[in-house]
Design a protein around this ligand. Structure first.
Ligand code: 8YV
Length: 326
């Protein structure tokens, strides 16, 4: 008998087929978002699960699913996992690092440029039939090349954004991170380490690329926004909850910063209603890793983690490798 697994959300049919060669798969190709209760009941009795950021794996879910051995997240971020509870329950957690780094950094730049150059706002104006003449300051935005790019969170994706800014756009790159990069990596990224305050005060474009945790909750709130330049643009490709969205909407409306580009939101897919009514914000529905090639690589890596672990006891990208040693 094949081991049974749950694939919690719809995935590429090719990846599902690959899993079905090895496992008895309970899938969700209808792509219903499962409630916590539905997730528990569908995962009960299964040895493994493939999840996305939408499924929360915590002590309660784990207690209801004692057979569970592995949960493979199709995401690099894993704030939907209680890693401590998973480790205590002997459940391996895996994520999908590296395969999405460059694509997500590309999108960081997409959003930075769309925000600086007011792409969404000007397109709405055009579509509404309001474009009747040229004028010297129509949708004049912020300079990108040669400006100061600030990066909060200098992991792999942050470094990708830094390289694009430094090498592609001649930007002066500064960053803040829990730990400083090695001199070699700083040279590769042409990035200078600064305090968080200096980052906030100096950046013309501030890109957030840090993981979400209790420590980074509202890392950008009213006080931090007040330190930023009134001409600055803020870009969040990290996680909702890192920015206080209500405070950001106020700062945007009152032009305390120039503009923002947001791919992630507190409590998404809900979006703070005030963000929907301010003009100087570019909003996208959590699509930074969304290219077919990258999503396929993420799904394949998550599937390969399940296959390797449940057939050979090994994993490609474990988050709590101590479970493998038991
Ligand atoms: C995913 C992401 O699309 O990898 C991450 O951490 O945020 C995105 O690439 C999303 O989390 C769905 O799992």
């Amino acid at each position: 008998m094949k081991p049974s697994i749950l694939v919690a959300r719809a995935i590429f049919p090719e990846v599902l087929k690959k899993l079905e060669q090895v496992f008895d798969v309970d899938h969700n190709q209808a792509d219903e978002v499962l409630s916590a209760a539905e997730l528990q009941s569908r995962m009960r009795g299964k040895l493994g699960a493939l999840t996305t950021g939408s499924e929360r794996i915590d002590a309660e879910v784990l207690a209801a699913c004692p057979q569970l051995k592995i949960v493979a997240n199709m995401a690099v971020g894993y704030n939907n996992f209680d890693i401590g509870a998973m480790t205590a329950a002997g459940v391996l957690a895996t994520n999908t690092p590296d395969v999405l780094t460059e694509t997500t950094a590309d999108f960081g730049f997409t959003l930075l440029m769309a925000t600086a150059r007011r792409v969404t706002e000007s397109e709405h104006f055009l579509r509404a039939g309001q474009w009747t003449k040229w004028s010297y300051d129509m949708f004049a935005g912020a300079e990108v090349h040669g400006s100061t790019l600030g990066i909060l969170g200098m992991g792999r994706i942050g470094q990708g954004v830094a390289k694009r800014g430094a090498h592609g756009f001649g930007m002066n790159v500064i960053y803040h991170n829990r730990s400083r990069l090695t001199p070699e990596l700083e040279a590769e990224c042409k990035a200078r380490y600064v305090s968080k305050d200096e980052l906030l005060k100096t950046a013309d474009h501030l890109v957030l690329v840090l993981p979400y945790s209790a420590a980074s909750h509202h890392a950008i709130g009213a006080a931090e926004l007040a330190l930023m330049k009134p001409t600055a643009c803020l870009v969040n490709i990290a996680r909702g909850g890192i920015v206080d969205d209500a405070a950001l909407a106020v700062a945007l409306r009152e032009k305390r910063i120039a503009a923002a580009g947001l791919d992630v939101f507190e409590g998404e897919p809900r979006v703070h209603p005030d963000l929907l009514t301010v003009p100087n914000v570019v909003l996208t529905p959590h699509i930074a890793s969304a290219t077919i090639t990258t999503r396929m690589a993420m799904a394949t890596l998550a599937a390969d983690n399940l296959i390797r672990f449940l057939t050979e006891g090994k994993a490609l990208t474990p988050l709590n490798p101590q479970v493998l040693e038991r």
